[in-house]
Design a protein around this ligand. Sequence first.
Ligand SMILES: Cc1cc2nc3c(=O)[nH]c(=O)nc-3n(C[C@H](O)[C@H](O)[C@H](O)COP(=O)(O)O)c2cc1C
Length: 379
Amino acid sequence: MAEGTGTLPRKLDHIRIAVEKEVESGHPTLLGDVRIVHQPAPEVDLDSVDLSVEVFGKRLSAPLMITGMTGGHPDVEWVNAALARVAERHGIAIGVGSQRAAIEDPSVEETYRVVRREAPTTVVVANLGAPQLVLGYGVEEALRAVEMVRADALAIHLNPAQEAFQLEGDTRYRGLLRAVKEIVDNVGVPVVVKETGTGLSMEAVRQLSALGVECFDVSGLGGTNWVKVEVLRARERGVEPPRPPDGFTDYWGNPTALAVVEARVAAPRACVIASGGIRTGLDAARAIALGADLAGVALPALRALYRGGDEALDRLIASLKEQLRVAAYLAGAPTVRDLMVRPLTITGRLREELEARGISLGALVRAKIARLMALGRRV
Ligand SMILES: Cc1cc2nc3c(=O)[nH]c(=O)nc-3n(C[C@H](O)[C@H](O)[C@H](O)COP(=O)(O)O)c2cc1C
């Protein structure tokens, strides 16, 4: 993700720390406060539940994505190759990690190109970081990133919390909106704006949607926490992060469930990807019921691969799909899209947060119906 001086060793540090250390936020995603109402007479056969969805003009076999993590160092090429192979086999979407490394050093392009080679037909999403846009990357770099993996969309990642605690962090974010607009207008593929574990907000989604951003990956609080990763990385070197992190890791950010609702309400017709702490197919089902189009996983895919290779990653994706299928069946949803409008209850902290943010359940239902209508479905 964020790089600066010493990009290459830092990429390896990030992967190693994410695989080996406790890097998940102690704060919940709040998906636990969502209950999809059980329907004992569902009028749907389990085996006939249709999980397929269309995104960026392509049909996926299930509403799932392995979100961007890596590339940029020869030692991680096999990771991107394996993630892409499994994504292609399962017909799900895949993102690459920040392509800054290859923009700066074309000799590592291959570590990203391998994704399109191993995943020739499925949705592939390119990736650049907001700090690079602020510091001068523009349409030219965006087009190179897209061409490199023949991407169906370009993700621009926002990681201001990580940058604040990274030893070499770039904390300049002023001017980002203008840079995003320039790219949206000229890159020729849909732009996804994604967070990286501290969650999009209603305000950000509204601003970015007005610029023409078509898709939002909320990457909320409750999963991989980049403040934790950077603190661990600094302390491994015997130094403290540039600012005291106490309290931030399990507090700061917009929890995933809340971020999904905020994105859906702020941009009712846009595509919304739920990620950050999605660990089971049931988490994915709850996020879709709240208004997401797709659910994304990063850390669990990486860990499965390191622990058990392609086979373990295969099992993870298969189990996400099967749990999604069961949830749709038990909710009485013949297709996974129908999950979005099946009865659910929201209680506890998520309900309180929604109230505190001035979001009514009625507004959420209207936004979800607007999304389904934008997809051309009768509701
Ligand atoms: C090792 C690792 C590297 C990552 N690198 C990037 C990156 O380069 N660009 C990006 O947009 N997100 C990056 N992410 C963030 C993920 O795409 C995702 O938004 C976040 O980890 C939350 O999902 P999770 O809880 O399932 O891991 C990275 C995540 C991990 C675990």
